[in-house]
Design a protein around this ligand. Structure first.
Ligand code: G6P
Length: 607
């Protein structure tokens, strides 16, 4: 999805750009580059691979005080140095970085080629550079040239560019991909994520879609694509600037898994009401009466967010007895969904930048629906677009796969289900039981985290297999999906999740001694059904790892991980922890790059 950074001021730009790219590497890491502007010349340096490769290619020192940088997740054109950003125009005078996809790139490319432009890369981004360069030749105004060019561009983008003829000036624009200006003291910063600005300034201006900004050391000027000026005062952000290190832990993934007792406690902090056995939220912006008017709840998200939404929907139904379900935000937005005013929608997104989820929010709002965000990153696009919702307060999540924010999302929905349930017909006594379980949760998660060695031993026993099944029923099936997704994402073992009830309708054909099954078995009404499924698998000589509640399962299995049961509305969070550690240690045993799995990026800001 790419990350972009920029700096204009009086300090050396290179280290600032590199530090910013370091913060944004989660957005893409197959190549990176910077353009540095000394008085009158632009130097472009790029490298394929991680940021460390770019660092090695950089000069020791650069006197440039203006620059832009980019870390890439390939969409158009394979990851190599030629396709890396920044891209320049034919004369090498204009340099541009781009995050997003230009949908009419082929048409624009043909048009420009017809006018004699030759291209060096396969990217849509180079087309943008050439298009803006052509416009710049008309009047030497980079902002105006960008505006004229962008009205011809179809697609999503965040871009930043500069021109040799205009030292000390950067122009940036946004349509769908985040661009945030950091306002400093006689210096300006630019980034795709406010976290990259946090070390320098807390004063930020979020560009809106269809806006372009001209940055100089002492000024920023925001306009729309038709040159209408937008007066934008900076907002103050409150953000941790501590992304740089995984500390005592070998990986961010491990660090973030270990943080879960604290992040869960933070999510609940100030939100539990023991007196009325309910929960409180500061940011829903809906009265009790309005909330009572909804007849259904629909949760939208992508990837792990979708899976957490699915489990969340079941918890809402369980406690609040209101129909709730989850759907892929990408599928939803493209099927011309019927938006029902009686339905309350939730957009679930750790980053708050997933483009498909943002577009789903816009679709709901355009059709008059009510949508709340469940988001981790404060001030992110989805949080701002929704204008109301629940922040996870889990702190920055750096590893590509989500762990702590997945757990926090589950807990957020348990709180919401409790809140809504207590408005409907959840009894005070049951509400009190949910609260007691939530209060005990961080400590129990800590005890599970402390059992990491046990989960590691299991992971090592199965790390050599090429494939695995994950099965469960109800919330257990949601956990099976998350366990399988984690395992495939970071260990590259082919893992498939299936409802345990459906196994005999097809996948059983694939069960053999080389195909282990991870079975999620809570102590609930369906425990006997799960025991039968396990028996069916073992009869076909398939090894079974049961992640089950203490004392739930009498069946013999190859490996058993027992987890305490607190309350069905919080138990998924406890059953989740071993699954996270199994994926992590299986990936390590296979020598994989756990924090940055191949082909993936943390924040998918393209369609
Ligand atoms: C990407 C990441 C996933 C993540 C998904 C949704 O696909 O690789 O780990 O679950 O985006 O991200 P979001 O920020 O919207 O939760």
């Amino acid at each position: 999805m790419c990350g972009i950074v920029g700096y204009v001021g009086s300090r050396a730009a290179m280290p600032i750009l590199m530090a910013g790219l370091g913060q944004l590497e989660y957005r893409g890491y197959d190549s990176a580059g910077v353009a540095l502007q000394r008085k009158g010349a632009i130097d472009v340096i790029k490298a394929c691979g991680r940021l460390s490769a770019l660092q090695a290619a950089l000069p020791k020192r650069s006197s440039a005080t203006t620059g832009i940088g980019h870390t890439r997740w390939a969409t158009h054109g394979e990851p190599n140095e030629r396709n890396a950003h920044p891209h320049t125009d034919a004369a090498g005078k204009l340099a541009l970085v781009h995050n997003g996809i230009v949908e009419n790139a082929a048409e624009l490319r043909r048009h420009l080629e017809g006018k004699g432009v030759t291209f060096r890369s396969e990217t849509d981004s180079e087309v943008l550079a050439a298009l803006i360069s052509g416009e710049f030749e008309r009047d030497g105004d980079l902002l105006a040239a960008t505006q004229r060019a962008l009205v011809r561009v179809v697609g999503t983008y965040g871009i930043a560019l500069m021109h040799e003829d205009l030292p000390g000036e950067i122009v940036a624009a946004r349509n769908g991909s985040p661009v945030i200006v950091g306002v400093g003291d006689h210096e300006m910063f630019l980034a795709s994520d406010a976290a990259a600005l946090a070390p320098y300034t807390r004063q930020v201006v979020y560009l809106e879609d269809g806006e372009v900004v001209r940055l100089k050391a002492r000024s920023y000027e925001v306009q729309d694509f038709h040159a209408i000026v937008a007066e934008r005062a900076p907002a103050t952000i409150d953000i941790e600037a501590t992304l740089a290190s995984s500390g005592e832990h070998a990986h961010f993934t491990l660090k973030e898994m270990h943080e879960q007792p604290q992040t869960l406690a933070r999510l609940m902090s100030g939100r539990l009401d023991e007196r009325f056995s309910t929960a409180h939220f500061g940011g829903l912006n809906l009265s009790a009466k309005e909330l009572m008017g909804f007849k259904r709840i629909k949760l939208l998200g992508c990837g792990s967010a979708l899976i957490s939404a699915d489990i969340g929907a079941r918890t809402i139904e369980r406690l609040a007895r209101i129909p709730a379900d989850a759907e892929s935000a990408a599928e939803f937005r493209y099927r011309n969904p019927i938006i029902d005013p009686d339905t309350l929608y939730f957009a679930v997104s750790q980053s708050g930048e997933t483009y498909d989820t943002l577009a789903a929010v816009q679709e709901v709002q355009r059709k008059g629906g009510t949508v709340l965000g469940v988001v981790n990153v404060v001030g992110s696009s989805i949080a701002r677009q929704c204008g109301a919702g629940i922040y996870l307060h889990a702190g920055p999540e750096v590893a590509v796969v989500s762990t702590k924010t997945f757990a926090s999302t589950l807990a957020a929905f348990t709180l919401f289900a409790l809140y809504l349930g207590r408005m409907r017909d959840l009894s005070p006594a049951e509400g009190a039981r949910v609260i007691a379980a939530l209060q005990a949760l961080p400590e129990h998660v800590q005890r599970l985290v402390d059992r990491a060695d046990e989960f590691e031993a299991v992971a090592k026993r199965y790390a050599g297999y090429d494939r695995a099944y994950f099965v469960g029923r109800g919330e257990g099936f949601g956990l099976a999906r998350e366990g399988a997704l984690k395992l495939k994402e970071i260990s590259y073992i082919h893992a498939e999740a299936y409802p345990a009830s459906e196994l005999k309708h097809g996948p059983l054909a694939l069960i053999d001694p080389q195909t282990p099954t991870f079975a999620i078995v809570p102590k609930d009404d369906l425990v006997a059904k799960n025991a039968s499924t396990i028996a069916e698998i073992r009869t076909r000589k398939g090894p079974v790892v049961a992640i089950c509640h203490e004392g739930a399962l009498d069946e013999t299995v190859e490996d058993r991980i027992e987890v305490p049961a607190l309350h069905p509305a919080v138990d998924p969070i406890l059953l989740l922890i071993p699954l996270q550690f199994i994926a992590y240690h299986a990936a390590l045993a296979r020598g994989c790059d756990v924090d940055k799995p191949r082909n993936l990026a943390k924040s998918v800001t393209v369609e």
